[in-house]
Design a protein around this ligand. Structure first.
Ligand SMILES: Cc1cc2nc3c(=O)[nH]c(=O)nc-3n(C[C@H](O)[C@H](O)[C@H](O)COP(=O)(O)OP(=O)(O)OC[C@H]3O[C@@H](n4cnc5c(N)ncnc54)[C@H](O)[C@@H]3O)c2cc1C
Length: 417
């Protein structure tokens, strides 16, 4: 058994546990899992969706949807979620700033947005069990066995024709964070051993600020960065300000936590102006994520497919993560539907592994941009280019957001049986 696969564990089934059987079991009800569930259910395939947190659950995220995510949502016919339009990107670093228009971007509250995806899945026939931590305990051909433990501690077994693992970033610990919420708060490393390939890198942190607490014009996505990480601000539909940050663990420890570090990054980028954010950020209650950059070496194993952040992660700049998660769901749905109908074969695994490798390669641009922005010289140079020729910066962001060619935004690839 390959314990590098997220959501997998090498333990035996508990004695006396009940069991049921499904053509497809999906673990994780984030954008990747919920989208895959919806597509498969609409294609007439019975799907069980297992989620560790109680829904709705929060998620550390900037909450920005880019054109790719919006194209996916349009193809799914989903537009009934509260959102705030974003029309301008405001970049700040080391006393300099540059702005550029943002095309087709929205800010969403992740708890609400993810719940809407799950609601559409339920309407299409997806059976959802939340408050249920799932682990693949046996993979074979054909089928897999999933062990579920409810948050009351009841264990049960589910037999699956194939399993889609959409469990998000593997756990690794976010130094200096406290008061985590949602999925991040409850995950335990023992439940979900992370891939050995987790690299040293930034960790994610997020909080909310009350409406009007900082100077942020409506429709502006602000990214403030320096070598210690970056902090993003976006106004939500209810007026609250979503703050998502990617921070260096050592710098966070030295500063006394993600709040003081985020405040220090904002302070360093500002030569003058509104200082209200500093205290707000320092005092806010922050949630954290595991380390952000990783590549999973095993996007597929017998009867299992790994999608979304669980398969591949790249630092998002302006909303690439959700778009990629939904696109990977879109791509896997066709392969999983085939595996569910005709039985999993190694060819299904090879197809998915190849697609994931191409997706991972396409993510290097976003990672490179994230790294460049954090270098003081390169960051200032990028700001100067953005200010002088915003069209070039727009073209780069469009390229980053588009992703690999075989994970398009539309239309649904799964045919009904
Ligand atoms: C600071 C920060 C800012 C970001 N900003 C943006 C942004 O503005 N725009 C953007 O597009 N992306 C952004 N991202 C990235 C984005 O949040 C992710 O790419 C996206 O959530 C991935 O979706 P997913 O479905 O793969 O995973 P997740 O959304 O993480 O969902 C995984 C789900 O699986 C569940 N789960 C985990 N283990 C188990 C288990 N064993 N059993 C059952 N359930 C389980 C979890 O509870 C969770 O609900 C940001 C990320 C960070 C860290």
């Amino acid at each position: 058994m390959n314990d590098d696969l997220p959501g997998s564990h090498g333990t035996d089934a508990p004695r006396g546990a009940g069991h049921d059987a499904w053509p497809v079991v999906i673990i994780g009800a984030g954008p990747a899992g919920a989208t895959a569930a919806l597509l498969l259910a609409r294609a007439g395939i019975p799907v069980l969706l297992l989620e560790r947190a109680r829904l709705p659950r929060g998620k550390v995220c900037g909450g920005c949807l880019n054109g790719r995510a919006l194209a996916m949502l349009a193809s799914l016919g989903i537009d009934d979620f509260p959102h705030a339009p974003l029309h301008r990107l405001d970049l700040r670093c080391d006393g300099a700033s540059a702005g550029m228009p943002l095309a087709r971007s929205l800010a969403v509250d992740r708890a609400v947005f993810d719940a809407v995806l799950v609601r559409h899945g339920r309407a299409a026939g997806v059976v959802v069990r939340d408050g249920c931590s799932a682990t693949v305990i046996r993979r074979s051909r054909p089928g897999a066995v999933v062990r579920c433990v409810s948050d009351e501690g009841t264990a049960s077994l589910v037999h699956a024709g194939c399993v889609i693992i959409a469990t998000g970033l593997p756990r690794g610990g976010a130094p200096g964070t406290s008061g985590t919420s949602g999925s991040e708060a409850r995950a335990r490393p023992r439940d979900q051993p992370g891939p050995r390939s987790i690299r040293r890198g930034l960790f994610g942190a997020g909080t909310r600020l009350p409406p009007g607490s900082i100077e942020l014009p409506p429709g502006v996505l602000r990214l403030v960065f320096d070598r210690r990480g970056y902090v993003g601000f976006a106004g939500l539909a209810d007026g609250e300000i979503d703050v998502g940050a990617a921070l260096e663990p050592a710098a966070a420890r030295a500063a006394g936590g993600p709040g003081p570090l985020a405040a220090a990054i904002v302070q360093a980028a500002r030569r003058s102006g509104d200082a209200r954010a500093d205290d707000m950020l320092t005092d806010a209650r922050w949630s954290g994520t595991p380390r952000l950059a990783h590549r999973n070496p095993a996007p597929a194993a017998p009867s299992c497919f790994v999608i979304g952040d669980a398969a591949c992660y790249s630092q998002p700049i302006t909303g690439e993560g959700i778009g990629w998660a939904m696109a990977s769901a879109h791509s896997v749905a066709a392969i999983a539907a085939d595996a569910a109908r005709y039985g999993w074969t190694p060819a299904h695994g090879r197809r998915w592994t190849g697609m994931q490798r191409r997706a991972a390669r396409s993510m290097w641009t976003a990672s490179l941009l994230g790294t460049l922005f954090r270098s003081p010289c390169a960051g200032r140079a990028l700001l100067a280019v953005t200010a002088a020729v915003p069209g070039v910066a727009r073209a780069v962001l469009d390229h980053v957001g588009r992703g690999p060619r075989d994970a398009p935004g539309a239309p649904c690839p799964v045919r009904s049986a």
